[in-house]
Design a protein around this ligand. Structure first.
Ligand SMILES: [Zn+2]
Length: 265
């Protein structure tokens, strides 16, 4: 996707010249009531230079799900590449755990995230259901709450060194980062989920919690896993095969990420 074709919903409104100066209005007999003061405009945080790690689920010998002639690894990669182009057009720095059809072990994916503190980690998957009812819709996952922050901090401490003037200071930095990133995951997930539901017109299956390796092992970035649609649902699969649908999914994920970065960090 070329940068110039990507709509920039944050572009400032087009400049319009100031209206011609009118004759002063006659003074009113009584004071004009003043409008209540408006809330200050939100302070948008800059997006340029921020780092996003996009993780295309599966790859190589791991196809993921396969339905209606679609292989999950291919759909995931194509949507990741389109999302990367969309985000780069906004000035965001994008890193990908894979940009071609190769197998990348799950711990390597999280390690890449952990080497980029203050980035955002977004894993992209396509959903499938075996037999029974034929569900469809969009859902986004954050880490289960069954691990306490203390457990996660201990695990992170046992695996990573964080620079600091003293061991105590390093521990404090790592602890704060781990807790803050986890707390921000649901905000990021909600932003992406809303954007996907709006753009794709799919049912909203919600933001859910799960014990998924890429979420569990990512300590220093807000981390989410997006299931963009059910390949096992025939009408959805027919849409997922088209470049237009994949562009919409990519733009939706990109918008959700940028919206989060502008509002929260
Ligand atoms: Zn998957």
């Amino acid at each position: 996707m070329r940068a110039s074709t990507v709509p920039d919903r944050y572009a400032p409104p087009a400049f319009s010249p100031a209206p011609a100066v009118a004759e002063p209005a006659p003074r009113p007999f009584c004071p004009v009531p003043t409008m209540p003061s408006e809330a200050p405009p939100p302070v948008w945080k800059p997006v340029a230079g921020r780092v996003v790690i996009l993780d295309a689920g599966h790859g190589g010998h791991d196809d993921g799900a396969a339905h209606h002639g679609l292989r999950e690894k291919d759909v995931n990669l194509d949507v990741v590449l389109r999302t990367a182009a969309w985000l780069r057009a906004q000035g965001v720095t994008v890193r990908m755990t894979r940009d071609r059809d190769v197998f990348v072990p799950l711990p390597e994916r999280s390690k890449m995230a952990n080497r980029n503190p203050n980035a955002l980690f977004v894993s992209i998957h396509s959903n499938a259901a075996a037999g029974g009812p034929n569900p469809f819709g969009v859902e986004t996952f954050v880490l289960t709450s069954s691990f306490s922050d203390e457990e996660r901090c201990r695990t992170a401490l046992s695996r990573y060194n964080v620079p600091g003037n003293s061991r105590e200071e390093s521990r404090k930095t790592l602890r704060e980062l781990t807790i803050r990133c986890r707390a921000q995951g649901p905000e990021l997930a909600t932003s992406i989920q809303r954007s996907l539901v709006r753009r794709l017109g799919e049912p909203d299956r919600g933001v859910k919690r799960a014990d998924l390796a890429v979420l569990r092992e990512t300590f220093f970035c807000p981390a989410v896993l997006v299931e963009i649609g059910f390949m096992s649902h025939p009408p959805t699969a027919r849409k997922m095969v088209t470049p237009a649908w994949r562009d919409q999914a990519a733009a939706a994920i990109g918008e959700g990420i940028v919206d989060y970065m502008r509002r929260i960090g």
